[in-house]
Design a protein around this ligand. Structure first.
Ligand SMILES: Cc1cc2nc3c(=O)[nH]c(=O)nc-3n(C[C@H](O)[C@H](O)[C@H](O)COP(=O)(O)OP(=O)(O)OC[C@H]3O[C@@H](n4cnc5c(N)ncnc54)[C@H](O)[C@@H]3O)c2cc1C
Length: 98
């Protein structure tokens, strides 16, 4: 089974991690998100008050691929760019784009 989660905001991130935990490894969990930077919106207020810097509220969304979640970035043409985790036999996991 393939499951597609639309939007990699807080809701989409929580949903895709939960699905990854619950589903068997052979099932694909695909997260579609246009921005590879995740930002935690509730903490924007702390940026306004100078108590946080923007980079403290941000994370590289491509990290989800380490957890077995595929990340697809839509393009202007409507197609998608995918990042998959590939694991060479006997080697470490690595990221590929296609
Ligand atoms: C200042 C501030 C304070 C807040 N405080 C709180 C709080 O205290 N408690 C609370 O519960 N909530 C709070 N919120 C609200 C909370 O941040 C949002 O409810 C929450 O982020 C919504 O999550 P979401 O995943 O539904 O949507 P979003 O976080 O908006 O994620 C949607 C994602 O979909 C992606 N996307 C949209 N369209 C496309 C497309 N066509 N193709 C690909 N990707 C797409 C976007 O890039 C985005 O990453 C606050 C918000 C702000 C701004």
């Amino acid at each position: 089974m393939d499951v597609v989660v639309l939007g990699g905001g807080t809701g989409g991130l929580v949903a895709s991690h939960r699905l990854r935990r619950e589903l068997p490894r052979e099932d694909r969990v695909v997260l579609v998100e246009r921005d590879v930077v995740y930002r935690f919106a509730p903490s924007f207020l702390w940026v306004l008050t100078g108590q946080r810097r923007p980079e403290q509220l941000s994370a590289d969304l491509t990290r989800v691929t380490r957890r077995g979640i595929e990340l697809l970035k839509p393009t202007r043409s409507g197609s998608t760019h995918t990042r998959r985790r590939s694991r060479p036999r006997g080697g470490r996991s690595r990221m590929t784009g296609s």
